[in-house]
Write a protein that binds this ligand. Structure first.
Ligand SMILES: [Zn+2]
Length: 210
C-alpha cells in the first residue's frame, strides 16, 4: 500500500515527501537529511521547483542513494545556477518572510548548485510500482514549477497551491503572466476532493470554490 510521509526541512520549513510502496520509494523535494531513506530503495527524486529550500538536499541524496533526479527542463537549468535557485539570496529571502517566524537564519551555502538527470517540458507520465505519476508544468511561482499528481488523487503542489495563503508570484523569477496563461489553468482543472501535499505546512483536501 502506498504511504506518503512528510519531513520538514530546516530551510523555511519546506516539506520533503517520501512516497513508499513496499521497499521502493520516490523522494520529492529532498532536504538535507537522508535518514528517512534508510532501508529503502530510492527509485527517483522529483523536484517541484528550483527554489533553494526545495532542492537543498539533492546532492546529499544523490550521494546517499544514486537515484536519478527528475524535474522540468527549466528547473534543471535553474538549479545549476545559485542566482536562479535563489540560494545566493537565501539570507535576504529569509529576512523578507513574514509568514514564518525564524529565530535565526539556518546555515546554508550561497553557492549551492545541483544537477538533474531526467527532464521534461509541458507534461510527462510514468508508472511506478503499479502507480501512475502525471507531471505537468505550472509556471508562475517560478518558471520551473511543476505539479505532481499521483494516481489522480494525491497532488504535490510545491509552492503553487497552498491551503491558507495565495501563491507568491513576486519572487525573482516568478511570472504573473505565465501563471494566468498556463499555471492557474492547470490547477483549476484539478478535481475537487483530491489531497494536496504542499511545499510548506500540512496536507489538505482540495475544494474548488465557485
Ligand atoms: Zn518556492
Amino acid at each position: 500500500m502506498i504511504s506518503i510521509k512528510r519531513y520538514e526541512s530546516d530551510l523555511l520549513l519546506s516539506n520533503m515527501y517520501v512516497v513508499t510502496e513496499g521497499q521502493h520509494a520516490i523522494v520529492i523535494d529532498p532536504c538535507r537529511d537522508t535518514a528517512a531513506g534508510r532501508g529503502l530503495i530510492i527509485d527517483k527524486i522529483i523536484l517541484t521547483h528550483e527554489h533553494y529550500d526545495h532542492v537543498s538536499g539533492v546532492n546529499m541524496w544523490k550521494e546517499f542513494c544514486g537515484a536519478p533526479v527528475l524535474c522540468s527542463q527549466i528547473c534543471a537549468e535553474h538549479i545549476r545556477n545559485p542566482a536562479k535557485s535563489l540560494a545566493k539570496y537565501f539570507k535576504e529571502f529569509c529576512e523578507l518572510q513574514t509568514w514564518i517566524k525564524l529565530d535565526s537564519i539556518p546555515d546554508f551555502d550561497p553557492d549551492y548548485s545541483c544537477l538533474a538527470d531526467e527532464t521534461f517540458s509541458d507534461t510527462m507520465s510514468f508508472s511506478w510500482e503499479g502507480h501512475v505519476w502525471d507531471l505537468f508544468e505550472i509556471p508562475g511561482h517560478s518558471l520551473g514549477s511543476i505539479g505532481i499528481l499521483l494516481d489522480k488523487q494525491f497532488f504535490f503542489s510545491g509552492d503553487s497551491l497552498l491551503e491558507k495563503s495565495k501563491i507568491e508570484l513576486k519572487a525573482p523569477g516568478g511570472s504573473r503572466k505565465k501563471w494566468e496563461e498556463t499555471g492557474s489553468k492547470r490547477i483549476e482543472r484539478l478535481p475537487s476532493g483530491i489531497r494536496v501535499f504542499p511545499g510548506h505546512f500540512n496536507d489538505f483536501v482540495h475544494r474548488i470554490i465557485i
